[in-house]
Design a protein around this ligand. Structure first.
Ligand code: CP3
Length: 337
């Protein structure tokens, strides 16, 4: 068992495992080279050879403990027949959502459309050192819904009227939960050994609706994979103190804290899970001494419990790759136990 899986099984490994959210991406010149020749991002994700190559790029450069498949959370809405476009300075824009059409999607068509992702995972597993984990991922139902209804660009639409559309919301969340489990299941069968669920927009949900749109759907997915013995790491970004409620109720194998969470508060409030991440990605853009001090802060805070080093959100595109090398060295040589 590698150190990442040891941690998720609540064991304390000799050396703290480390990987980075968005480690396969825009801060790497070798990624930008491939990207410049492939203008359609979704098609790039669905290119078996290139997506596998991009997945391995950070592993070739750095001593990381896991690869995360190069794909995107928006491939699920894409496979559920919504058009996905990336607009410069705006981000992803999806075609209009129709609940009627959405309810007609068949699992066989969904699986067929995403089959390149599964083939890429199998190919990557073959080329990856057997000691390293391969991480499968999905967006959580709520975060996918935010993109599917294009709510991100107009947060003010998330008002009482929006939350009163219970039928639309509940039906969509339930169907998404079912298809997310299927997508993750297929990724595991193709060769992944850990799951991460990104609920990047959980922080937009008002407290009264948190159970219904964040906690329950995440719990359904976690419980589905608990029965199969596959570890799941949840990332309900932006929940602030409600991270505690989330952890108490959902009880995932791993919990990624975001950069707003005080690590000491996390240690004192988030129990029976393996904590991951936390450090602000913006710190990686600054002074080297400050970076190393911050790495030490997280390592010292969590030295007596299983902890996976990562960030409190994805690596920023402006990050100098050299910085990662220094962080990895610091984490791997930390022996203040
Ligand atoms: O982590 C990895 O390296 C694996 C690949 C991965 C990508 N996206 C590749 C990507 C993963 C795990 C994601 C997750 C993802 N995608 C999330 C959850 C994590 C988070 O950041 O909150 C979300 C919300 C998305 C949706 C998405 N995809 C957005 C908003 C954008 C545009 C802006 C941005 O953040 O880059 C993308 C595009 C995207 N996904 C790129 C990459 C490498 C950039 C593509 C490019 O323009 O070159």
């Amino acid at each position: 068992m590698n150190s990442l899986l040891e941690c998720l099984n609540k064991k304390l490994p000799k050396v703290t495992p480390i990987w980075f959210m968005r480690q396969a991406g825009r801060y790497l010149p070798e990624f930008r080279k491939i990207r410049s020749k492939n203008s359609n991002f979704i098609n790039l994700c669905l290119d078996v050879d290139l997506s596998s190559e991009i997945t391995i790029q950070p592993i070739k450069r750095f001593d990381l403990d896991a690869a995360i498949i190069f794909s995107d959370i928006l491939l699920v809405p894409y496979a559920m027949n919504q058009e996905v476009k990336f607009k410069e300075d705006i981000g992803p824009v999806l075609s209009d959502f129709s609940l009627k059409k959405f309810n007609l999607i068949k699992t066989s068509d969904f699986k067929e459309k995403l089959s390149p992702v599964y083939k890429s995972l199998t190919k990557t597993r073959k080329n990856l050192n057997s000691e390293k984990s391969l991480i499968a991922f999905s967006g959580a139902p709520w975060t996918l819904l935010v993109y599917m209804l294009n709510l991100k660009s107009s947060e003010n639409r998330l008002n009482e009227t929006f939350f009163s559309k219970k039928k639309l919301l509940n039906q969509t969340i339930n169907k998404l939960t079912e298809f997310i489990c299927l997508h993750l299941d297929n990724q595991i069968n193709a060769g992944a050994d850990i799951i991460q669920i990104f609920d990047s927009w959980a922080g937009l949900i008002p407290y009264e609706s948190l159970d219904e749109y964040c906690i329950k759907p995440n719990m359904k997915i976690v419980n589905y994979f608990k029965k199969k013995g596959v570890p799941v790491i949840c990332f309900p970004k932006g929940l602030k103190n409600n991270y505690k409620k989330f952890n108490d109720v959902v009880s995932p194998d791993g919990l990624n804290i975001d950069y707003e969470i005080d690590p000491i508060w996390a240690r004192e409030n988030l129990f029976n899970t393996c904590l991951q991440g936390g450090m602000h990605p913006e710190i990686l853009l600054g002074d080297e001494k400050v970076i190393i001090n911050e790495v030490e802060k997280y390592m010292k805070t969590f030295k007596e419990q299983p902890y996976i080093f990562n960030l409190g959100h994805g690596i920023l595109p402006q990050t100098n790759p050299e910085v990662l090398q220094n962080i990895i060295k610091k984490v791997k040589s930390f022996n203040d136990r």
